[in-house]
Design a protein around this ligand. Sequence first.
Ligand code: FES
Length: 177
Amino acid sequence: MIRSNRGKIKKTAEPPSRRSFLTILWTVLGIAAIGELIAVIITFLKRGKTGKISGKSENLIEAGYADSFPVNSVTANIQGRFYLCRMADGGFLALSSKCTHLGCTVPWEEKEKRFACPCHGSSFDSNGSVITAPAARPLDMFPVHIENNMVKVDTGKRIEREKFLKNQLTYVKKGLS
Ligand code: FES
């Protein structure tokens, strides 16, 4: 600042070197921000493409080899919070362990051959259908994929059902077991 001969204060211009430094700084920061944004968009688009091609989510859990599950069995998978049920005809069904009434975890009772909720008494059979209310719909299911005899359950795609249908079962392709 410079005081003039009339006593008024005059503002002096910033030194050119400081102004150009700030201009360069803001330009560099702007370019970096745009680059970051482009990288995020590309990553997002790539992830979406991969999902469509494979048709699988990132929550695929390998439950075990198909022939290690006897028919008429229910096997708990603690990590995935599901039960892998193998039906009498060899079909697989992955059932959520979460009760469809208010969400309690339902244990499988081997002796009774049913899932029995400890909270309010709902029970379900081995395909998840309601035996006893208050639950109003079957246990949710997860898609099952069998590749090279390995049973994989996609816990990222919970499916609510109105009732059990045979086409919900997944089978080992003949000649691959
Ligand atoms: Fe299972 Fe209520 S939460 S019966």
